[in-house]
Design a binder for this molecule. Structure first.
Ligand code: PRX
Length: 651
């Protein structure tokens, strides 16, 4: 290990990393022309992946595209849970481990594919007994436990549309999502462990559903010994023991149309209201099956795959549940924090379970880097053969640290660009063939066509920078926004007609590699999580002391970006540190802790155009310590000087 080059040397050298020969020799993709081959018949390429799924009825047409509405594998019928479970069991792999699970306090569970199938069927039968059927919606609010994955699969099995809400969201956020979806049943855990604390999830659910007339039942899974006790309080609440435990371990899967909804996942947009991103069945499964297989080079008989994302985010849907399970691989699932009880918990887990592929976020990598090399160095990480990142641009320094200190200089890194809306990975290296450049997600996945356009929508050819677009439909693409078809058209397909606009800016270099630069809209990326400035502003304005608020994302060493608020108080309210703290907590209570502003600045006025639009750009410049750009459109230019004094005074 001592002859490892230092990170500084590697960065200075601007080194590129060709696939290690040993890795390339066994890689799932070794054909350097795979992109070109897929491009020549891109629909045929996707269909070749769809063919690996078990269809009850094969599709008639690969794609019907009535822009911007796509239908994939039209006429086909299948069940998503069958792809992840039954077909592995039927192929004789029922005894293969599906999940090695570890709770934060150290409790362990090993579940085979046969166990997960049985557990899924029990839950499916339990949900049916509560009256849940095809097309009904079920909201899930659970920690990282196998029961969450099984409940997701159980909904899929009976044709119910599931929506997982990350268990860090607050009661009002949960309530709004349940409302929007008109969920019939909520499945939750009573509690979970986080940094040595028991979090009372049931209390959050109780507060949320108090105001949700659509909810007929809350099904409560008990986290177990040491956790808060679930005491079903009302007629509405049902315990796992009562509803699920005694059910049969067999449940015939519903045969679903390829375009039947599979799930709705809420994500932040540029307005105050989160969008329910709708994903359907056949295309989504095809996309996550193919990307898991090729990007992560999965070998079902050998690998132990660990995606550290929570199932509450799209990464967990696609690369904990559906992608890896459709590939029949063994996975590690961990409930808790990476630094509990010590900053080496992840590395201890990698060593203990022999993890071979690790997929995590740049924000986590930066935290590990800060905690120091001594923690990964305490453990034998030699089982690792491939590393991945997702969620935000990775800075070359963090990339290089990950490569050297975690990967021992021997593991390729797949930097994968995609979104809740894309369903699966879109721009990514293929580890057996792609020469890596730290900080670049490299090339579109085979079959995906990306591009860059300028402000006017004109395509940029060759090297350049502009707005990232996707040029044609892909199977995992969102099919709409729940209950709001116009917003779908408007948000993604109107800015550059005929092209999908994800909201990111990017650069393309001489090799054709993409460098995703970040959001170009009023969305920020905090620790790899998407937050809307407007959503935080609405939360602030709901506080009685606040008249107006403007929120921006500022660069943050660990989180990538962090929200900072500028607030104009109502008459009769005085600015104070105590009020700033109160407002930060108010946002945490309204949305969730992840949205809590890093700082709240009180402003005598907010910079606005003459038409009254808040100029966040000026606030961003101010926060970045930059010379403030064009202020000629500002209604009152003196506002900026006052703000500057306030901002610098509090920094
Ligand atoms: O800005 C991009 C950033 O995360 C956004 C998508 O966020 P979300 O829907 O929450 O999904 C995150 C996990 C897929 C994108 O619009 N992003 C994601 N991955 C990368 C990235 N930015 C740069 N490089 C990436 N690898």
């Amino acid at each position: 290990m001592t002859d490892r080059p230092t990170i500084e040397t590697l960065l200075r050298e601007g080194r590129t990393f060709p696939p290690p020969a040993e890795f390339a020799a066994r890689a799932n993709v070794s054909d350097p022309a795979v992109h070109e081959r897929a491009e020549a018949d891109w629909q045929g390429w996707w269909a070749s992946w769809a063919e690996r799924l078990d269809w009850d009825r094969k599709w008639d047409t690969v794609l019907e595209w009535d822009a911007p509405w796509a239908r994939w594998f039209v006429g086909g019928r299948l069940n998503a849970s069958v792809q992840c479970l039954d077909r592995h069991v039927a192929a004789g792999h029922g005894e293969r481990v599906a999940f090695q699970w570890e709770g934060e306090p150290g409790d362990e569970l090993t579940l085979t594919y046969a166990d997960v199938l049985a557990g899924t069927c029990r839950i499916a039968n339990g949900l049916k007994s509560l009256g849940v059927g095809r097309g009904d919606r079920v909201t899930l609010y659970m920690p990282m436990v196998p029961e969450l994955a099984m409940t997701v699969l159980a909904c899929a099995r009976i044709g119910a549309v599931f929506s997982v809400v990350f268990a860090g969201f607050s009661a009002p956020s949960l309530r709004d999502r349940i409302h929007d979806l008109e969920a019939k049943v909520v499945v939750c855990a009573d509690a979970c462990w986080r940094r040595g604390q028991v979090l009372d999830l049931k209390a959050v659910v109780d507060e949320a559903v108090a105001d949700c007339p659509s909810v007929e039942h809350v099904l409560v899974w008990n986290r177990g010994e040491g956790a808060a006790s679930a005491s079903p309080g009302t007629e509405r609440d049902r315990s796992w023991r009562e509803v699920v435990a005694g059910q049969s371990t067999e449940c015939a899967p519903e045969s679903m149309d390829s375009e039947d909804p599979l799930f709705v996942l809420y994500t932040s947009g540029t307005t105050g209201k989160p969008k329910g991103i709708l994903h359907t069945t056949g295309g989504y499964l095809t996309h996550v099956l193919a990307t898991s297989n090729l990007v992560f080079d999965l070998k079902a008989e050998e690998d132990v795959f660990w995606c550290t994302a929570d199932i509450g985010w799209i990464t967990g849907h696609s690369y904990v549940v559906f992608g890896p399970m459709a590939n029949g691989v063994t996975q590690l699932m961990y409930e808790g924090a990476p630094n509990h009880p010590r900053p080496d918990r992840f590395w201890e887990l990698v060593e203990k379970y022999g993890v071979t592929i690790l997929y995590t976020a740049p924000t986590a990598i930066r935290a590990f880097m800060k905690w120091g090399d001594e923690w990964p160095n305490l453990h034998d990480l030699s089982t690792l053969r491939l590393l991945g990142t997702v969620g935000e641009p990775i800075n070359p320094e963090a990339w290089t640290w990950y490569h050297q200190v975690v990967g021992g200089g021997r593991c390729p890194i797949v930097d994968t660009w995609w979104q809740t809306e894309t369903g699966g990975i879109m721009i990514t290296p293929l580890p057996g063939i792609t020469e890596l450049v730290p900080g670049s997600a490299t090339r579109p996945f085979p079959g995906v066509k990306a591009g860059l356009v300028d402000e006017s929508g004109a395509p940029i050819e060759g090297p350049g920078a502009g707005y990232l677009v996707v040029e044609r439909p892909w199977p995992g693409m969102l099919r709409g926004i729940w209950g709001d078809p116009e917003r779908y058209v408007e948000t993604y397909w109107s800015r550059f007609p005929g092209r999908y606009f994800p909201g990111d800016g990017a650069r393309r270099d001489e090799r054709g590699y993409y460098w995703v630069l970040g959001r170009v809209d009023d969305v920020m990326n905090v620790s790899g999580h998407r937050l809307s400035t407007m959503e935080i502003e609405s939360a602030l304005v709901s506080h009685p002391a606040v008249a107006e608020a403007a929120v921006i994302g500022v660069p943050h060493e660990l989180k990538g970006q962090a929200p900072v608020a500028f607030v104009l108080l109502r008459q009769g309210h005085e600015s104070s540190d105590a009020l700033a703290a109160e407002l930060r907590e108010h946002v945490a209570a309204e949305i969730g802790k992840l949205a809590r502003p890093e700082a709240v600045h009180f402003a005598p006025e907010l910079p606005k155009t003459r038409s009254g639009k808040i100029m966040r750009r000026l606030l961003r410049d101010l926060a970045a310590g930059k010379a403030v750009g064009d202020v000629t459109t500002l209604a009152d230019p003196s506002v900026l000087q006052q703000l500057k004094t306030e901002y610098e005074g509090r920094e």
